[in-house]
Structure formats: structure tokens, C-alpha cells
Design a protein around this ligand. Sequence first.
Ligand SMILES: CC(C)[C@H](C(=O)O)[C@@H](O)C(=O)O
Ligand code: SF4
Length: 465
Amino acid sequence: MAQTMFDKIWQRHIVKPAENGHPAVIYIDLHLIHEVTSPQAFTELKNRGLTVRRPDKVLATLDHSTPTSAPDAQGQRKYVSEAAWQQVRKLQENCRRFGIHLHGFDSPHRGIVHVMGPELGATQPGMTIVCGDSHTATHGAFGALAFGIGTTEVGHVLATQSLLQHKPKTLRVWVDNTLRPGVGAKDLILHIIGKLGMGGGTGHVIEYAGPAIEALTMEERMTVCNMSIEAGARAGLIAPDETTFNWLRGRQMAPKDFDAACADWRTLRTDEGASFDKELRVDAAKIGPTITYGTHPGMVIPIGAAVPAARDEVEAKALSYMNLKAGEQLSDRKVDIVFIGSCTNGRLSDMREAANELKGHKVAKSVRMMVVPGSEDIKRQAEAEGLDKIILAAGAEWREPGCSMCIAMNGDMAKPGQTVVSTSNRNFAGRQGPGSQSFLASPAVAARAAVSGFVCEPQAIEETA
Ligand SMILES: CC(C)[C@H](C(=O)O)[C@@H](O)C(=O)O
Ligand code: SF4
């Protein structure tokens, strides 16, 4: 019978099939951990006298609570709070105790968990990957079944290297044609979430397919898969192909017999005629630069369009929080902070996109612009290309890697009433600082906002969808 990619990966990992309403037990190939969702899991292990079953399958990093200001001359970092420092200290201690490889401050590869895993080649097609983090779907860009788990489950996976899971449903998002020049992966995924709605993917694993998806680079594919959760989906998947293999080849943790691995990975793609529980078709050629205007990433408009009327109470509340009225133009709204970074858009190509817009320009006087690379590797590569110089010359900040203002846990945050244009993935009320308002967009749109001092330009490539 024709199978989907999801079915193939699922089947390869069943330890014990689902039975009488009980979930299946599936094997986990890679477990990523960070300082926020791991402490209680380790405490549980200690309390029960358990060990970590496969420390070699666990990869740890410091990202959420870490300062993005440079350490002082003594190498001291300025944590926002005692609690933030404690989280970091605990992960360091737990990794030492349980024999887990931590990419801490001494690692040249430390980065946001969903940026670092792929960069090291730890993320590979056909794998099951979990992390106590909802944006684990990012790794699906490589054809890995990757999803977020809760802290209790983090403990289960640490102890057993397997997980209880109900089988999700499948949803295929087929994207025809190709994206137009000036339109990128962020515009595409915002548009898709706009079509699916906040809960449109709930209970499903999304497979993104079609010519527009195949044409995307790995960085762009990660941007797309990253935001699957914002439509409620468990995971996002893209079939591995030559783009994937070329990106992975030669990376530190990539398989030694790489050609044999590729031969296997080629068999993962969805068979002709396989059926999905749900399907959505999108025409890439009809999408323009896109931006959010509400308090969930499904409230999107093409740049140049007026703020639409609220369709329900949730949207009405969102408009009032955002201090917006139907019919208003976002090009009239002043911006206070521009943030370029996060596991959605903190990669080298994003740094290049932002620098390209900033070249020869200055950030508007009233705007604070923060550029935060997703990892140490990206920071080094960007600096080798001179991107930091362009960014600094424009009057923006070039900071140390981490989650930073995406979630504002490390002290990088907006003040109440401030307007933020951000390349991250969540615009929930207060996400980037209590009482602040966030507009999500691509690095190019965000960088242009920093220069103009307004959320976006009055018009962009016309959307015809
Ligand atoms: C802190 C962590 C649990 C959280 C997540 O699950 O995604 C964070 O990474 C986020 O983006 O909101
Ligand atoms: S960058 Fe943002 S979305 Fe990504 S893991 Fe960090 S906090 Fe979560």
C-alpha cells in the first residue's frame, strides 16, 4: 500500500504498537535538551535513582536564558536574574553528572537548539527527534519526524530513549509554482498559517511538498517547518532530496558512510498515490511579502493591505491589544524595536538578508535594532563575511547567540506599549515584553522597518491570492 513519509518513519520506530486505546511506544533517535525544560526531568531521574539510558543520543545547549551581551574582561556574563543563572548552572551540572555532551559557553557550536542540531549534522532524515520545546518541528526540514514534548516526557526519554505517542493524522500542504523574487520562506509560512488558521493543523503532522518547496534551500525549509506548531501541528516534514544531502555532507555528526545513508534516505519520500487525512493547496506565485497584525501568527496580511475587520471575539481582542483599528495601514505605525534572530530566522542567510537591506543606510533614530545570530557558527561565518560591520555601521546591535527577544527570557525585551517588528515566530500578547506589541515578518521586511522607522512600507509586490 502506498505510504506517506510520516507512515514510513513512524513504522520504523515502533517499539510496541498502540493497543486498545493505549499509545504506541516509539524509539527516539535524538533527544535535544536546553536549560528551561530539563531541570525537573533530571530531578525526577535523581529522585528515582535512574540513569540516562543513552547519553550519546542526547545533545544539550544553552540558549533561552543566556545573556546576549558579551562577557566582561573576566569572562563573566550578566544574567537577567538569579533564576536564569540557576537554570544554566543546573544544566551544566546535570550534563556532567549524567555524561551528556553540553554545547556550553566553551563550545564553538553553542546555539539555539534548533539551529545547532542541524548545523552539527545531528539532525538527519528518517530520524525521530524530540526536545522539550515546541519548535522542534524545525528539524522536519530534513525529513525527520521531530516534535516537542513536555518536561515529564523529557524525563521518560532520558530514562528509556523511547516515548509513548498517539499516532497523529497527516496533512499535506502542496505548494505549486515558485516564490516570486523578493518573497521568501517566512512570507510563505505566514501565508500558509493564515490559510490554515491557528488550530488548522491540530493533531496533524504536516508534509510540505510541491515544486515551490523543492526549490527552497535548507535554511528556508527550516523556516517553514519551524512554524508548523503555530498552526497547531505536531510536526512539519519535507522529503529529503539532493538539497538536503548536499547540506548535510561532511558535517561533524553526519554518517560516516554517507552514500549508503543517502540511498536509504531516498526511500523515505511519500509514495505516489498515498493519501492524507487533510490537504491544502497553495499557489506560491500569488504570495507577496506578508506580515502579522494580531496576537497569533495566523492573523496575517499582505504588506500594503489595510488591517482587516475582526472576524470573531478573539480577533477583536487581538486588535485592541495591538492598538489597531480595521482599515488602518501598518505603514503609518511607528516601530520602536526591530529584532532579527530566533530559530525561525536567525541563520546565516537571514543575517545576509538583513545586512543587504541595511547596507548604505542608517537605522532610524527612534529605533533600536538588535541582530542576534542563532549560533556561534553563524556568528563566526557572518563576521568572516563582514556582515557585522555592515550591521554596526547602520547603527544596529550585533549580539551574542541565543533566543534573546524571541521569548524575552534573558532580559532582551520591549517595554510596555512598544512596537516590535520581529523575525521570530510568536506574537502572543506580552511575548516580547509585557504590554508590548509584535509584528512578525521576514528579515528583509524587518530590516526595512528599522531604516524607515515604520512597521512596513506602504506597498509591496501585489498579492493576487
Ligand atoms: C521555553 C520553551 C519551552 C518554549 C517552547 O516550548 O517553545 C520556547 O522555546 C518558545 O518558543 O516558546
Ligand atoms: S528562538 Fe524562540 S522559538 Fe526558538 S527555541 Fe528559542 S524561544 Fe523558542
